[in-house]
Design a protein around this ligand. Sequence first.
Ligand code: 5GP
Ligand code: ZN
Length: 114
Amino acid sequence: MDDCIFCKIAAGDIPAERVFEDDHVVAFRDLNPQAPTHVLVIPKRHIATLNELKPEDEAVIGRMYGAARDIAEQEGFADAGYRTVVNCNEAGGQTVFHIHLHLLGGRMMHWPPG
Ligand code: 5GP
Ligand code: ZN
């Protein structure tokens, strides 16, 4: 997708502080962090929202969660706990329409989220 900011980050055309990358996913620090660690894990392939997820995308979603688990370990809060979130469309609070897994850690989280 030519006009997608996260496709551009995945391609390296827009800079981001990367913390993890493999053939299928990239993780980088959020520009506007909501916790001491706030990382976004994205598929390299463009998937706009959770609603567009196809059966063949399920493997990449598994890799996104695997990356989040490994980053939580690297960042040192795996045992203490952390939160992973996928927002979908306007009512879910999605603002960038390339699916992403938020990984938030390093502080106590609250429930329910706002
Ligand atoms: P959403 O609201 O769609 O679930 O989350 C989008 C996230 O992307 C927000 O937390 C926002 O701060 C982050 N974000 C938006 N543009 C950029 C960018 O250009 N670089 C980085 N690193 N994060 C971004
Ligand atoms: Zn994209």
